[in-house]
Design a protein around this ligand. Structure first.
Ligand SMILES: [Zn+2]
Length: 205
């Protein structure tokens, strides 16, 4: 048995931590009070040094930016497949949000994007050429189909390109010579022609 220096009660030795004069219960109570005091002290310190602390934190974030970039580079190399899979999954589940975000990004950074892609194209001319011709070779059928589909769409919807094509046929005019108004007029003319040529509906006759 041992007497606690705090509550002065006689308790079995098992109720004491080693080399402590206070019993376990008193020890815990005191530790609890101390920790609460600590929290309060830290809170007070934070409140009276807020600006200094925030500035320090900001500095730390800036200083560690390079480090984090480096770390992320390594991480993304190791976990490449997983990251790609995850980002595809995310895109699939949040298509509208992702598209809108990309649109906003393009609006904000249009000049930057154009400049980067211009630089890339001029630095990788031969590579791009090779890639394109290889792609055309290995995707001949698909490309043909796509072209036909696009052409049909242009004809159906009377796209600017299609109208320009008609206007420049058998003429010395080039696409650039054709004003917007002329395109509109030609489109209207074709629409009227089409309406007149439409076969009457069997049911209404
Ligand atoms: Zn005690």
């Amino acid at each position: 048995m041992k007497i606690c220096t705090k509550c002065k009660m006689e308790k079995p030795v098992t109720e004491f931590y080693k080399h402590r004069g206070t019993c376990k219960e008193c020890y815990r109570t005191q530790a609890n009070i101390n920790s609460k005091k600590n929290v309060e002290r830290r809170r007070q310190y934070y409140l009276s040094n807020k600006e200094k602390i925030l500035e320090k934190r900001k500095q730390y974030v800036m200083d560690s930016q390079e480090l984090r970039k480096e770390w992320y580079k390594k991480y993304s190399l190791i976990h490449k497949d997983e990251l790609i899979r995850k980002s595809r999954e995310y895109y699939h589940n949040h298509k509208d949000k992702c598209r809108e975000r990309a649109r906003q990004y393009r609006i904000r950074n249009g000049d930057k994007i154009n400049e980067i892609s211009r630089l890339y194209r001029s630095n990788h001319k031969n590579e791009i050429k090779k890639k394109n011709s290889l792609y055309r070779l290995t995707h001949q059928e698909q490309l043909q189909l796509l072209q036909q589909k696009l052409h049909k769409k242009y004809i159906r919807e009377l796209g600017d390109c299609y109208i320009k094509q008609i206007l420049t046929q058998k003429s010395i005019l080039s696409y650039a010579d054709i004003p917007k108004e002329l395109i509109e007029l030609k489109r209207l003319q074709i629409k009227i022609k089409r309406l007149l040529n439409e076969k009457p509906d069997k049911n209404t006759c």
